[in-house]
Design a protein around this ligand. Structure first.
Ligand code: SF4
Length: 708
């Protein structure tokens, strides 16, 4: 390569919700990209994990979907778009707008997400757009709304370095958000008094930096944090002034917590930990003002997920530890743009830009802004219900974008059958052969990570630019372009006439700022009228960015002033009580299955599976089981085993380890039926969801394991 052929581009990692900045040195002629951490990006300050570092190896054409296809035959874009548009229009005319649906993804960019939401809710007139983020962080969204009156993450990553104690609950940060783990590890080395508490049934690699590990029984988090709230009240550790001046419903929540937690020895037994461990945690929490509680899928993916989130937030409200340096509850999201998606309205129960269906003024505002007389009047179906409606025939046309529900939704075999029976299945994807693309009537080739341009929001509310590095392969197109093209074919041309993703983003920013007198959390007023140049050079910044305030310099926190977005302006305590998981073990299904990620793979491995250095870590689907349980069920280390639940079956290799408790097993989420026959963990998981958030219970499924 010549020096002239190379250029350096600042972009954002394709994978987790940390949202690391990347410096990419691009050789367009050879389609080669050298990846380094961007030391100017506040999320990672130059660090990257194994997955981010290997991104350059994934930019090959292996397995890419390169051309539009209708019923398996390559066709023109025009014909494919017409087929999709006509199929949706005909279904809507015959069966009404709720007979169609979009199922989208935290892999989409904000601009893609915004247009998908605008088309479905604004112009088709149904709320039936939901996202795989429902499986990731919808319990956090619901918990935030209950406590804060808005879906707001109060803190920022620097809090993790300024804290004197970090509580990691339901989070294997070392594998799932490795750069945040690296930041905490480095901070702990510099400030050895900093304590780390890990609350997780498994002894994961995150425990390497733990001063205390509480291996609680799966699903008992509400009881634990109710016990903590009771302890704080009994030991004069409540910030009475803060509670009095800035919160509501404290007394009710405390009574519920005290009744729920009961006597300490009983609580310790219920949680499955020693009483002295509990005492240590409670004491440390009571004594350490600068405490951050980080939570992730282990909290969210539960039928009590929203209550778990509120049990955690209750303890922070009670101690006034929120929105100030080094303290606060902190939800870390799984996907690169789960945050951006929920901001624009990618969840079925949210209207757009953090506005809600049940606020008439919000509804009016969105309708007027979009000039959308057909705006949906009620929430649509959440992910699990959406695919139920496909199975029952109520939904007759579905467009799935950038996700693979046949390997990720609970009761995945039912989802597979539902899509087989659905009259029209459209899939936009970069990859040709997935469990879901195999069932598509129409396949639309989407541009990949290195080929598209837009914005993503990370777990600390920081909006960063993702920039195209290479031209799209084949006839692939950006998702926002595909959605706008279908909308035009459906007759909504005037509302979807965008020359670039910058115009889409600017319109979205105007919507966030319209008639918003500080009554909503999300305000991107400063970005309302961006030029193409402004957009191209957009630095990573946290929202809110209201026009009435100067552009922020440095990190931003919310609620430090004790003002929340609830009608009263007060933070809300929520009374919560422990509820057992939806199903229980019995003599047929005696083990509880936990699911999660592994260190070097991402989702269904369509990208990370292309990098040989990522495939050596854990190369095969497996189940982790305690040696004593393995003995009981005649399982040998390294042998194959059949895992069966009330829903389905999988066949995986046995891995013996004492990192899981007796009676508990763990399987990773990454493998699917394209990789190996019967390797989908989602086929085992039941369709039990949190009643508030609709998030499925991926962390607790009774199973049996037999030698193959
Ligand atoms: Fe990418 Fe997440 Fe790794 Fe950062 S921590 S490099 S965002 S996968």
């Amino acid at each position: 390569p010549t020096a002239q052929a190379e250029s350096t581009v600042q972009t954002t990692c394709a994978y987790c919700g940390v949202g690391c900045g990347i410096k990419a040195t691009v050789n367009t002629e050879e389609r080669k990209v050298l990846i380094e951490g961007d030391e100017t990006h506040p999320a990672n300050l130059g660090r990257l994990c194994s997955k981010g570092l290997a991104l350059g190896e994934t930019l090959v054409d292996t397995g890419r979907l390169l051309h539009p296809k209708v019923h398996g035959e390559q066709t023109s874009w025009n014909h494919a778009l017409q087929t999709v548009a006509q199929g949706f229009v005909d279904t809507i005319v015959e069966h009404g707008p709720d007979s169609v649906a979009f199922y989208v993804s935290g892999q989409l960019l904000t601009e893609d997400y915004y247009l998908a939401n605008k088309l479905m809710k604004g112009f088709i007139g149904s709320g039936n757009i939901d996202t795989n983020s429902r499986l990731c962080m919808s319990s956090s969204v619901a918990g935030h709304k209950r406590a804060f009156g808005s879906d707001t993450v109060p803190g920022c990553y620097t809090d993790l370095e300024q804290a004197d104690m970090i509580v990691l609950t339901g989070s294997n940060l070392a594998w799932c958000h490795p750069v945040l783990f690296q930041r905490i590890k480095a901070a702990k080395q510099q400030r050895p008094h900093m304590k780390v508490v890990v609350i997780d049934p498994r002894r994961t690699d995150t425990c390497d930096i733990a001063d205390l590990h509480l291996p609680i029984h799966p699903g008992t988090d509400v009881a634990l944090f109710n016990g903590l709230l009771s302890y704080l009240a009994q030991h004069n550790a409540i910030d009475e002034d803060f509670v009095q001046a800035h919160t509501e419903h404290f007394t009710e929540a405390l009574v519920a917590a005290m009744e729920d937690a009961g006597q300490r020895p009983v609580l310790a037994e219920q949680l499955g930990v020693a009483d002295y461990q509990l005492e240590t945690f409670f004491q440390w929490y009571a004594q350490t003002e600068k405490t951050v509680t980080v939570y992730s899928q282990g909290v969210n993916q539960s039928t009590a997920g929203t209550d778990k989130v509120n049990a955690i937030i209750n303890c922070h409200l009670a101690t006034g530890r929120i929105g100030r340096p080094g303290m606060g509850p902190f939800s870390v999201t799984g996907q690169p743009n789960a945050m951006g998606g929920r901001e624009v309205g990618g969840l079925a129960n949210t209207l757009a830009a953090h506005m809600e269906f049940d606020h008439p003024e919000h509804w009016q505002l969105v309708r007027d802004f979009w000039k959308a007389d057909n705006l949906a009047t009620r929430p649509g179906l959440k992910a699990v219900d959406m695919f139920d409606a496909v199975a029952s025939g109520k939904i007759k046309a579905i467009w799935i974008m950038a996700t693979n529900p046949v390997m990720s939704l609970p009761n995945a075999d039912k989802v597979k059958q539902a899509l087989k029976d659905c009259p029209l299945v459209v899939v936009s994807d970069c990859i040709e052969d997935t469990d879901t693309t195999r069932l598509a009537d129409v396949l639309l080739p989407a541009a990949g990570w290195a080929e598209k341009s837009g914005t993503v929001t990370n777990s600390e509310r920081r909006i960063s630019r993702q920039r195209a590095l290479l031209p799209p392969l084949g006839e692939a197109r950006p998702d926002w372009w595909i959605i706008a093209a279908v909308a035009k074919q459906m007759g909504y041309g005037r509302a979807f006439d965008y020359a670039s993703e910058a115009e889409v983003f600017s319109e979205y920013a105007r919507l966030t700022a319209t008639d918003n007198n500080g009554t909503r959390d999300l305000d991107l007023g400063h970005y309302s009228h961006l030029t193409l140049n402004d957009y191209d050079s957009l630095p990573p910044r946290q929202w809110p960015l209201p026009t009435k305030a100067p552009l922020p310099d440095g990190d931003q926190r919310l609620f430090g002033d004790g003002v929340f977005f609830t009608p009263s302006g007060r933070g809300r305590f929520v009374s919560v009580r422990y509820r057992a998981p939806a199903t229980q073990v019995d003599s047929h299904y005696p083990l509880t299955l936990n699911t999660g990620r592994i260190r070097d793979q991402w989702h269904s491995m369509t990208r990370t599976g292309l990098a040989s250095r990522l495939c050596g870590h854990l190369p095969e689907p497996f189940i982790s089981i305690h040696p004593k349980d393995a003995g009981r069920y005649q399982l040998k280390d390294g042998a194959l085993a059949d895992v069966t639940s009330r829903q389905g079956q999988a066949r995986v290799r046995v891995q013996l380890t004492d990192q899981v408790n007796l009676g508990e097993v763990f399987m990773p989420m990454h493998w699917n039926d394209v990789h190996a026959s019967r390797a989908r963990v989602a086929a085992l998981v039941g369709e039990y969801v949190d009643p508030t958030s609709g998030q499925p219970e991926n962390k607790y499924t009774p199973v049996q394991v037999h030698p193959w």
